[in-house]
Each structure stands twice: as structure tokens, then as C-alpha cells.
Design a protein around this ligand. Structure first.
Ligand code: GAL
Length: 673
């Protein structure tokens, strides 16, 4: 796919946002386009929620207004990312066909009056969605402004799960395809438990409200099925859009760590992976969490570019208290995305609405107009991004990856866990954050993909692991890789059925002790951990009850020394083939985890780099054949000084940078070495 139309590594950087001209009278459009040019905007997403304006009555279409907008954009040299409006069915549709509305697990039907109020398995929705996509593509697909396709908006955002009869039918068909016979399904779901043995697929339901825990196998399959059901609708849209304009890239906007859709599977279908990211400006951890979000997105499909489809210039409107970004924060977080490989940064939305549920959400053009300080920042960043950016063609360097999988996410947080507050994203953060603080850039990787490109893997709670995935990880270690594996890994197979014997299942050969049981710790409990050299750190949340194994080439690096399980090994190092495994059977504090990371060369690679990194300053290195580029971003509201390993030239500040780099509050530098 030729991506030069939209940017892509080494091309111009995309800058712009969602543009909703249907919310404004036509006389505003000209001003919009004039101000977009002033702000350096080069791409806007149009049409996202415009179904009611594009098809005001069933079968009656009006594309004239959008054509007029596209003409204005084309005249100003601004590209359109043309979106299908299928995330917001109009009121006539759900009034005439009420069963298009989704149903919750209690049997309550949603109403129209908001958005995302559709059942993706409803044949009427699919027919009418297909038709509006077809019409849109036929009418406007070849317009010269249109340079990217944007299917739908945030699939599965507000109503990820529908439990209606259409879903029941589609789920049964899906199960029949997956299992063939009802007894295979019974075996997979453990039908002998609580008399859940089915005699026919017709008896199977979506996991609607039940008196006690639903069957975990059923819950897991419903999640798999739902991700695929949405994907099927996306693929229908893709087929139509690509038939009309195969030459332009297609995307749909993801939402970072969003549980309902298996984004590794989805990303295979994208020409550009795009994401919406709304870090909380009030959360001091938000730069780190935002970095983690971008590292995930960059990693979902390693063969295509990625971009930020939405972020905000200042406030959102959906938190309890919506703190604005402080001056410079929007620029800093935009450069964070670019540092981590984004091809551009777009925002929700161009012009702040006067009416509707998001009228107090910030925008590129705020209610106060060009007098707003936000506008000055928006236009400043636009000017900066229009300058040549040789660094944009360089590669993000990541020698290590976090192993992450959606089926594992679905299963590990199932209702029947020993610790219902064990969440996979929290586990990933626990392993990711110390490395973010040491400026170690990480990729994410699916357990099924080729892992050999990495020198080290972090494996947070890979509870569900298939035999094939485990074999892939074992082969990776055997050939010389290093894996840091956390507790609650290798527990169940793809049906969420426990691997018997000491825990670890097909990962057990990698684990340097026998995990005989697990002990979630009471909230607030802190356990003492003693290391080989006698020093201590702490741990919390969870303890594996583990026994030493003599038959494995393992060293016990640390034991818990307090509480009822004092003496239990909690960190082991073992050799497997040419590689090594560090097994961590508790939630070590940051100090303790760092001790493990210090033993892994790929995880301490730029430690001296970290020494020259004051609190709150992010550093990311990218490499091109000619140069390394070091991004230095001050995420704080105070001035900062950063020690550089070698002198270089600051591409952004257009200044020489020797040993010490002074960065103002929220300052950014891109040092070419
Ligand atoms: C996104 C959505 C946008 C807008 C934005 C507000 O999730 O795609 O349409 O609602 O949130 O933050």
C-alpha cells in the first residue's frame, strides 16, 4: 500500500482532527478552512456521525453538503479522511426497526438519542449500514480531497456486548463452526459442572443475567465471538470502500488498551493502525501510560504505519472533573506520539460544538476562537510540524517486548479468579513503568508472533496460553532469548481449563520452581523479600506458594521472609537451552523488579541514559542509517536539565546541544547525533 498520500514514515506528518461541518451553517465552513490552513492542518476526518444528514430518510440520500465541504478542503490542499457514519444510526432507522437497538444482559433494550446504539448482528443494521457505506463510497470516494478511508468510529466503544436474539443465533452458528458437535462444546466448557451439559446448540444462550457466575468457557467464547462479529462488519465496510478506492489507505480508530476487541487480529486488516488517546492531565503517571498505549499501538501490526486519530488539545468532558492540559502539555504529548513512531497527530475535534453532549470538550478551535491560548498552541505546533522532519524516517528502537494477548486478557479477568482485582493492564503497567522510567523503549508482542527479533521478553500474567503459544515462547528462550515471567502464567488452556500439576502448564519447563498453589495477599499487606546478598525489598498483592526444584538448572534469587509462607522462593533464575528465564512469583516493589531487570542486558541498555534523566523527562531513541535521534520531552511544569551522553544538534530548537541540555517547562528537543 502506497502511504505517501497520508504520510507514513519519512513523509509529511499528519495534523488535524475530526471535522463535523454538519453541526454548523455553511457560512462557517469557509472560515473553518481558512483557519485550518492557518493552523497547518493537513487532514480532517469528515462524516463520522453524519448518517442522519447523509440519509435523512430511509433510501433518501444527500451528499451535496459533504461534497461542498470536500470541495472547500481540496481547494485549500487539505486531505479528507472520509469516515463511514455507521456508529450513529439515525432516529428514523431505530424507530422503524427497533430491534436494531442492542439489548443488555438483563434484557433491557437501549434507546436512540446518543450513539453506538446498534446490534452488530442485526441483519437490518447490516443491510442499511452496508447501503450507506456503498452510497457514500460511490458518491464521494473519487473526490480529490479524499485520501484515506475511516470505517465507523471506535468499534465496540459504548456497547461492546449485546445479548439479543440475533446475537444468540449468530453465537450458536459461530459455536457450531468452532466445535462441530455439541459434545465437543460440552467438553470445552466443562458442561459437567452445575448441570450445564447441552444436548443441542439451540439451547445455548449468550451469557445473559444468571443467578451466579456464568460458565467461564462460555464467557470467553462470547468475547471471542463478539470481537469477530464486529470485525466481520468492519470487513464488509472495508470491502465496499476498497472496491471503490483501493489506492488509498484504510483505518478504523482503536482505543489503546481496550478489552472487547482483539486488536492484534484487527490490526492485520489495517493499512494504517490508528488510535484515540485521552490521558488524564491530572494523573502524574499519564505520560508513562500514554507511552505504553503508543507502544502497544505501534506493535499491533509491525508492517504498517500508525497514527493518533484522536487526542485532545486540552479538556475532555467525560471525567468526573475535567482538568485541562497545562500550557505546552498538548505539544509535549504530541511529540511523545511522534517520538514513538506516529505518522501524525489528529484531534477530536476541529471546532468546539455549541450543542450536544460534547459541547464542553476542548477542540483545536475553542469556543473563544482564535483568542484562546489553545489556538496559539495549535497553530504553533502546526507550523512546527510543517517543517522538514528528517527524524520521521527513523526507526523506533525496541530490544524488548511485553507479551500481551486479548484471549488471555478476557480469561484472566474472568469472574472466577483467585483475585478479582488482578487486571492484566495493571500487571503490564507494573512491569512496564520501571523501564519507562529508565528510558527503555518496549514493544508489545502477541505470544503467537515471531519473538526472535527481541533480546528480552516481559511476560505479565500470561494466564491463558495455548500449547502453540507456549511452544513459541519456549523456542524463543531455547534459542537464547531472556524472558521475565510473572506469577499467574501458564494456568489454563484456550478453553480456560486448568493445566494440572504444579502451575505453569506448557510454560513449566521455563519456571525455576514448582508452583504448588497461590496466595493472594490481603489488601494492604506488605511481604518482606530477601535477596541472595541479604538485602531486602518488599512485595504485595500476590504470592506463589512455590517449592524448590532440584532437577532444574535454577538459582533462587529471592525468597519471601515474612508471613505464613516465609522461606518460599519468589524470584528464580533458570537456564533453558541457550536462554534464561527470570520467574517472579509475587508483585515485587519497583526496587525489587529493577534488581531483576538489572540482570538482563536488554533491559538496562541505556541505564546511564536514565541517570541523566530528571524526574518527568522522557527520552526515546530512534535510529536511521545516517543518524540517531534522541527525543527528550519534559512532561513537567518546571525547567529541567538533561545530561546528554554525546553532543548533538537539537532539530526542534535549532541549536547545538553539548553535554547539558536545558529544557524549559514542557520543553521538547530532538537531538540528532
Ligand atoms: C472518542 C470519540 C469521539 C469523541 C471523543 C471525546 O472516544 O471517538 O467521537 O467522543 O471520544 O473524548
Amino acid at each position: 500500500m502506497e502511504l505517501s498520500a497520508v504520510g507514513g514514515p519519512g513523509q509529511r506528518l499528519l495534523y488535524g482532527g475530526d471535522y463535523n461541518p454538519e453541526q454548523w451553517p455553511p457560512e462557517v465552513w469557509e472560515e473553518d478552512v481558512r483557519l485550518m490552513r492557518e493552523a497547518g492542518v493537513n487532514m480532517v476526518t469528515v462524516g463520522v456521525f453524519a448518517w442522519a444528514h447523509l440519509e435523512p430518510a430511509e433510501g433518501t440520500f444527500d451528499f451535496g453538503w459533504l461534497r461542498q465541504v470536500l470541495d472547500l478542503l481540496a481547494g485549500a490542499g487539505i486531505d479528507a479522511d472520509l469516515a463511514t457514519p455507521t456508529a450513529a444510526p439515525p432516529p428514523w432507522l431505530t424507530t422503524r426497526y427497533p430491534d436494531v437497538l442492542p439489548v443488555d444482559d438483563h434484557g433491557n433494550r437501549y434507546s436512540h438519542g446518543s450513539r453506538q446504539h446498534f446490534c452488530v448482528c442485526n441483519p437490518t443494521y447490516r443491510r442499511l449500514a452496508g447501503r450507506i457505506v456503498q452510497q457514500l463510497a460511490a458518491e464521494l470516494g473519487d473526490h480529490p480531497a479524499v485520501r484515506m478511508w475511516h470505517a465507523h468510529n471506535e468499534y465496540a466503544c459504548h456497547v461492546p456486548y449485546c445479548y439479543c436474539d440475533h446475537h444468540a443465533t449468530a453465537f450458536r452458528n459461530w459455536l457450531e463452526r468452532r466445535y462441530g458437535t455439541i459434545n465437543t462444546l460440552n467438553d470445552a466448557w466443562g458442561g459437567a459442572f452445575w448441570s450445564q451439559h447441552y444436548s443441542d446448540f439451540a439451547e445455548v444462550l449468550p451469557p445473559r443475567m444468571t443467578p451466579a457466575h456464568a460458565n467461564p468457557g462460555q464467557l470467553l467464547d462470547y468475547k471471542r465471538f463478539t470481537s469477530e462479529a464486529f470485525l466481520e462488519e468492519f470487513l464488509e465496510e472495508k470491502k465496499v470502500l476498497k472496491a471503490v478506492r483501493p489506492d488509498i489507505p484504510l483505518t478504523t480508530n482503536f482505543m489503546g488498551f481496550r478489552k472487547p476487541l482483539d486488536y492484534f487480529a484487527w490490526a492485520r486488516e489495517m493499512d494504517v493502525v490508528s488510535t484515540d488517546n485521552y490521558p488524564d492531565p491530572a494523573d502524574p503517571d499519564s505520560p508513562a501510560l500514554s507511552a505504553m498505549h503508543y507502544d502497544l499501538i505501534r506493535s499491533l501490526n509491525k508492517n504498517v504505519p500508525w497514527m493518533v486519530m484522536e487526542q485532545t488539545t486540552s479538556r475532555v468532558n467525560w471525567r468526573e472533573r475535567n482538568v485541562p492540559k497545562s500550557p505546552g502539555q498538548m505539544r509535549g504529548l504530541s511529540y511523545q506520539a511522534l517520538a514513538r513512531g506516529a505518522s501524525g497527530v489528529l484531534f477530536f475535534q476541529w471546532r468546539a460544538s455549541r450543542a450536544g453532549a460534547e459541547k464542553f470538550h476542548s477542540a483545536l478551535l475553542p469556543h473563544s476562537g482564535v483568542a484562546s491560548p489553545v489556538w496559539a498552541e495549535v497553530a504553533g505546533l502546526g507550523r512546527e510540524l510543517a517543517r522538514p522532519a528528517p527524524w520521521a524516517a527513523s526507526e523506533v528502537l525496541a530490544r524488548a517486548a511485553v507479551v500481551f494477548s486479548w484471549p488471555n486478557w478476557w480469561a484472566v479477568e474472568s469472574t472466577v479468579s483467585p483475585a478479582h482485582d488482578l487486571t492484566l493492564v495493571e500487571q503490564a503497567r507494573w512491569m512496564y513503568l520501571p523501564l519507562y522510567r529508565r528510558c527503555v523503549t518496549l514493544d508489545f508482542a502477541s505470544p503467537a508472533e515471531d519473538l526472535t527479533r527481541y533480546d528480552a521478553l516481559l511476560v505479565p500474567s500470561l494466564y491463558l496460553v495455548t500449547q502453540d503459544e507456549a511452544a513459541n515462547i519456549r523456542a524463543y528462550v531455547e534459542q537464547g532469548g531472556t524472558a521475565v515471567i510473572s506469577f499467574w502464567s501458564g494456568i489454563v488452556d484456550e478453553h480456560d481449563q486448568v493445566y494440572l500439576g504444579p502451575y505453569g502448564g506448557p510454560l513449566r519447563p521455563l519456571i525455576g520452581c514448582d508452583i504448588l498453589d497461590v496466595a493472594p495477599l490481603p489488601p494492604g499487606d506488605v511481604a518482606q523479600v530477601q535477596w541472595e546478598d541479604g538485602t531486602t525489598t518488599t512485595a504485595s498483592f500476590w504470592l506463589d506458594i512455590a517449592a524448590e526444584r532440584q532437577d532444574r538448572n535454577a538459582t533462587i534469587l529471592a525468597r519471601v521472609t515474612s508471613g505464613p509462607w516465609a522461606g518460599t522462593p519468589v524470584v528464580t533464575r533458570s537456564q533453558y537451552g541457550q536462554g534464561h528465564v527470570y520467574y517472579v512469583g509475587t508483585r515485587l516493589d519497583a526496587d525489587g523488579l529493577q534488581r531483576v531487570y538489572d540482570l538482563v542486558p536488554a533491559l538496562r541498555g541505556i541505564a546511564d541514559f536514565a541517570a541523566g534523566r530528571p524526574e518527568g523527562v522522557e527520552r526515546v531513541v530512534r535510529r536511521s542509517p545516517g543518524h540517531d535521534y534522541e527525543f527528550v520531552i519534559n512532561h513537567t511544569d518546571s525547567d529541567s536539565k538533561v545530561l546528554l551522553a554525546e553532543p548533538g544538534y537539537d532539530e526542534l530548537g535549532e541549536r547545538a546541544a553539548d553535554g547539558t541540555l536545558a529544557l524549559g517547562r514542557r520543553g521538547v528537543a530532538i537531538i540528532r547525533h
